[in-house]
Design a protein around this ligand. Structure first.
Ligand code: FAD
Ligand code: UDP
Length: 375
């Protein structure tokens, strides 16, 4: 059989899914990873018997049955349902925005009462027909109180810019519903892999046809890799960095994670607590054991504070900032790639500059597999 030689840059979910499928078809894959571990941002590490999400809370959720079945080959998932709680200056509200939130805010008990309250607030505002930005979108969905207490502060510190300068799709990620239902997602399937996420990537990369090299940055030897005779290079790092930022920098948002052990069984009573005021410098506190219903050593818990920060070339680019300006610049990089990238294909959250959830990342990788192997 005719086999190909691939270089995959990045051992995150995109690169690993591609490597797994390529090796399954008898091809050879070298995976290089600049970090000292595999799995990219879904990396989990066991501390005190708790699977710690080292790069922020990761909850798998999807409505695509084929993707759910696909990921279940690599791990068994538990029945965790994400139900974060918001802390606004000490007032606690259920998320996403639902009847429990409205009841706590205004004392309303029925959907009609809640709708009326929101309508009253909206009537005091002036809107364009189609919201132009996140602020207009949030106000037109939820009214002033919810926007001021639960959205504005969180959003502006998360993204480091005014909610008027952000695309409206970001807030449409969250359900807004008039039922007493605290499930953060509307998707059909949801859970956390029992034993953590790293095992998924380990299994994906376990073939004898896959070589993984950690602590290896593509840019340390870019020309060597490009000229090493690989049939194809799958690049899951930043597309603007690949081209040496020659058309300008795309904008990213970075994060700082502060993880610590506490000598208590239960620190905050929930896996995720959001801090939605503007002054608290962190956006979320994660208590990892609650993703697996309290599993872990007695008397110990691990928590992580998530601090948003500006991105620069020395920081990790966790989120693409998909506003108009960056969309246009990204498109120019795609055009450049068509002309100059040769046998390099760009994939994943950074390579495609998209706010992909894990299921979308797997789907995009499987699309590339189809394209590559003509199936
Ligand atoms: P990454 O995981 O970023 O992997 C890219 C890899 O490439 C990294 O390991 C990186 O070190 C490596 N790399 C980059 N450049 C180079 C280079 N030059 N040389 C060598 N290696 C390189 N999704 C959900 O579905 N549910 C969630 O709850 C959820 N929560 C999230 C929370 C946070 C804080 C973040 C940041 C993301 C979250 N996501 C969530 C999204 C999820 O993390 C992504 O969909 C997924 O990890 C993307 O995989 P990837 O392979 O594209 O990217
Ligand atoms: N958001 C908010 N208040 C919250 C949680 C989220 O205003 O308590 C907004 C914020 O703009 C955020 C977006 O909703 O960036 C998407 O939230 P999600 O939880 O999906 O963000 P992620 O987990 O991707 O960081």
């Amino acid at each position: 059989m005719f086999t190909l030689n691939y270089l995959v840059v990045g051992s995150g979910l995109f690169g690993a899914t591609f490597a797994y499928e390529a090796a399954k078809r008898g091809n050879h894959v070298t995976v290089i990873e600049k970090r000292n571990h595999i799995a990219g941002n879904i990396y989990t590490k066991e501390i005190d018997g708790i699977n710690v999400h080292m790069y922020g809370a990761h909850i798998f959720h999807t409505s695509m049955k084929n993707i759910w079945d696909y990921v279940n080959q690599f791990a068994e998932f538990n029945n965790y349902i994400n139900s974060p709680v918001a802390n606004y200056n000490g007032e606690m509200y259920n998320l996403p925005f639902n009847m429990n939130t409205f009841n706590k805010l205004w004392g309303v008990k029925t959907p009609a009462e809640a709708q009326q309250k929101i309508e009253e607030q909206k009537n005091e505002l002036d809107f364009p027909e189609k919201p132009n930005n996140l602020e207009e979108q949030a106000l037109s969905l939820a009214g002033t109180d919810i926007y001021e207490k639960l959205i504005k502060g969180y959003t502006e510190k998360q993204w480091g810019r005014s909610a008027k300068d952000l695309p409206s799709f970001i807030i449409r990620r969250l359900p807004f519903r008039f039922t007493y239902n605290n499930n953060y997602f509307n998707d059909r399937y949801q859970g956390i892999p029992i034993g953590g996420y790293t095992q998924i990537i380990e299994k994906m990369l376990s073939s004898d046809l896959v070589d993984v090299k950690l602590n290896t940055d593509f840019f340390a030897k870019k020309d060597e890799y490009l000229n090493a005779g690989y049939d194809k290079i799958i690049f899951t790092g930043m597309i603007d960095q690949f081209f040496n930022y020659q058309l300008g920098e795309l904008e990213y948002r970075s994060l700082r994670f502060k993880t610590e052990e506490k000598d208590v069984d239960n620190y905050q009573g929930n896996a995720v607590v959001n801090y939605t005021d503007a002054e608290t410098p962190y956006t979320r506190v994660i208590e990892h054991k609650h993703f697996e219903f309290g599993k872990g050593d007695k008397g110990k818990t691990i928590i992580t504070h998530e601090y948003p920060q500006n991105w620069n070339r020395d920081k990790e680019p966790y989120y693409p900032v998909n506003n108009q300006k960056n969309k246009e610049l990204y498109k120019q990089y795609v055009d450049l790639a068509k002309k100059e990238a040769g046998n390099v294909v760009f994939g994943g959250r950074l390579g495609q500059y998209r706010y992909y959830n894990m299921d979308q990342t797997i789907m995009a990788a499987l699309q590339l597999v189809k394209q590559e192997f003509g199936e």
